[in-house]
Write a protein that binds this ligand. Sequence first.
Ligand code: F6P
Length: 323
Amino acid sequence: MKRIGILTSGGDAPGMNACIRAAVRTGLANDLAVVGIRRGYTGLIAGDGVPLDRRAIRNTIHMGGTILETSRSPDFYTREGRLKAAEAIERLGLDGIILIGGEGTFHGASLLAADADTAPLVGVPGSIDNDVYGTDYCIGFDTAANCAVEAIDRIRDTARSHERLFFIEVMGRTAGFLALESGIAGGAEELVIPEEEVSIARISERIRAGFITGKKSAIVVVAEGKTPGVSFEIAREVGERLNFDSRVVVLGHLQRGGPPTLRDRVLGSLLGVASVEALLEGQRECMVGEVGGNLRCTPLEETWQKKKPLNEDLVRIFPFLSE
Ligand code: F6P
């Protein structure tokens, strides 16, 4: 193995730069040339590679976003697009590729491996949604969750002052990791997560009970699910039932930016090193992750085919913590 490529794909996540930096340093320490592929799968199809040396990754560990840029590439979901990408991999002379992204990225990588006899592919989980099977945490989740907690704390101040009900919408397309953990840490009164049916009756009754027992504010953390902005409708329905005034705050892409937390820098660094080591060991079509404090390689197909469950203990404790 002489030359490896690295790309970031799908939604950017804080800590991706720490991962790129670690992979480049590990590659160079093992006499590998490292090529950065710009703009995710869009750049891979175009063969848009740039050499990554020590200088290119210096002073990047603290930066949010991704220095390689990213994309969601509809073309990669066509066989034609993937065959172009396979040709570009040949042209760039890559003996292995590290893909930092989420389940969409790994689904695309599995399709590429099925369509073409390409260089080994090793994934690294990077997604603020944290919805990738094969790792307890994805790069970016901790920073996004801390951003949500800070927002909840700020809203609590004004909610308490006005004795108000707030709905705070966080990201999380198919999973409630962000909502659950930020909801617990922010002391939310209720949660709406994609894993559970929304019950307007339950939310309303719990909020009513809280105010009756002397609460001065209520916060419902809503995961946006497949419909960003969904909390406006939920707020309207709960408001009508309770005859209460409420406010809605949609955090949106605020959660995706900003400097990575310590946890995301450390996780990004650890998995960046592990991804190059996996390639050097001859692993292919797998994702490096951390499970129960141990590094683990999971076949790429499992990372997007299997559903990662929420932490059962956190789900169990939420209802009584929020009373
Ligand atoms: O990266 C995951 C995610 O942030 C989801 O939580 C969200 O639904 C989606 O990306 C938004 O995607 P985009 O930035 O393409 O609008």
